[in-house]
Write a new protein. Structure first.
Length: 318
């Protein structure tokens, strides 16, 4: 029985993240962005590509979006969204981290990166956008004030499991630890690394999320109803669903009790919402444009935008 509990905990933990296909390229098309005015190097921050050159080049007089990927992710997997932003004249950077590390450590590293970004460039506004596990890290990074009070901060989280990952529930049952002679927490550690202790319903990271710093001007929380969604189909049959986190896993009253928060619920799969090689993130783009995160697509540029989406994604209009 003990062996079964340990095995199921490890398997469930590995299933709590969504694998994604990377959209790789060494560089982004500049789109309608302003020419870069500065080049800086900040640990963890870089272009939203898999280019080994992690130097960040951007216009320091314009706002910048910092994108935070989920587990099993990389900067290159947000290339598509960064390209969408570039088309609308907006610039991006991607935060890369060890997705097995403790979430609190990754959040602290992101906070430091944002501070260095603001200090070295005096950029007027930083919008932090996190998906899935990256949503937890993005919000966690903004629960303490930065050393740069002049920068305006905005937060966007997408499909974040703010009540803990249900598949990690067994790992959060501390009363099982002595019954398994310590093998349960060990198996949880082996499966996901040190972060296992942060993603359970009983963890301090989940139970005490903290309040957002006063520097955050607005918080857009996008929750996804992932029921009956499919990631891969074959001959009209769903081979792999896109249902990773339930709405219950994404809701947390301690997170949502904030007058700056606007919550939007979207019926979309976990990967579908941010896009991959098969589908463009049209639902996410619509929400971000509605709430002023992404600029509106000018009518005269609509056809060019559709062409861009068809080049980045296999299905531009889905």
């Amino acid at each position: 029985m003990v062996r079964i509990v340990i095995f199921m905990a490890a398997v469930s933990l590995l299933g709590g993240c969504a694998t994604r296909q990377a959209i790789t390229a060494l560089d982004l098309e500049p789109g309608r962005q302003s020419p870069p005015s500065i080049t800086i190097n900040i640990p963890g921050l870089g272009p939203c590509t898999d280019n080994p050159d992690r130097s960040l080049r951007f216009d320091a007089s314009q706002p910048i979006n910092v994108l935070v990927h989920g587990c099993f992710g990389s900067s290159g997997q947000f290339r598509g969204l960064a390209q969408v932003l570039a088309f609308h004249g907006q610039q991006s950077a991607c935060f890369t981290y060890d997705d097995r590390a403790k979430l609190a450590h990754s959040a602290a590293a992101l906070r430091t990166a944002i501070e260095q970004l603001a200090e070295q460039s005096h950029v007027p506004q930083v919008t932090v956008i996190g998906h899935s596990q990256g949503a937890l890290i993005a919000r966690g990074s903004l629960t303490e004030s930065t050393r740069t009070p002049h920068v305006d901060l905005r937060l966007v989280t997408v499909s974040g499991p703010f009540s803990g990952i249900e598949s990690a529930r067994t790992c959060g049952k501390s009363w099982l630890y002595p019954l398994t002679l310590g093998l349960l927490p060990l198996s949880c550690y082996v499966a996901t690394g040190p972060k296992w202790a942060d993603i359970t319903y009983s963890s301090r990271f989940i139970r005490e999320p903290g309040a957002l710093t006063d520097q955050v001007a607005s918080y857009l929380k996008i929750d996804t109803d992932e029921r009956d969604t499919c990631r891969y189909e074959e001959n009209g049959r769903c081979i792999e669903d896109d249902d990773i986190f339930s709405l219950a896993e994404q809701r947390n009253s301690l997170v949502e009790d904030d007058h700056r928060l606007t919550r939007v619920e979207v019926q979309a799969g976990h990967v579908e919402i941010v896009g991959d090689k098969r589908v463009a993130p049209m639902k996410l783009i619509a929400v971000l444009q509605e709430h002023g995160v992404v600029r509106p697509t000018e009518p005269g540029h609509a056809s060019a935008f559709r062409l861009l989406l068809s080049q980045i994604y296999a299905v531009g209009g889905k």
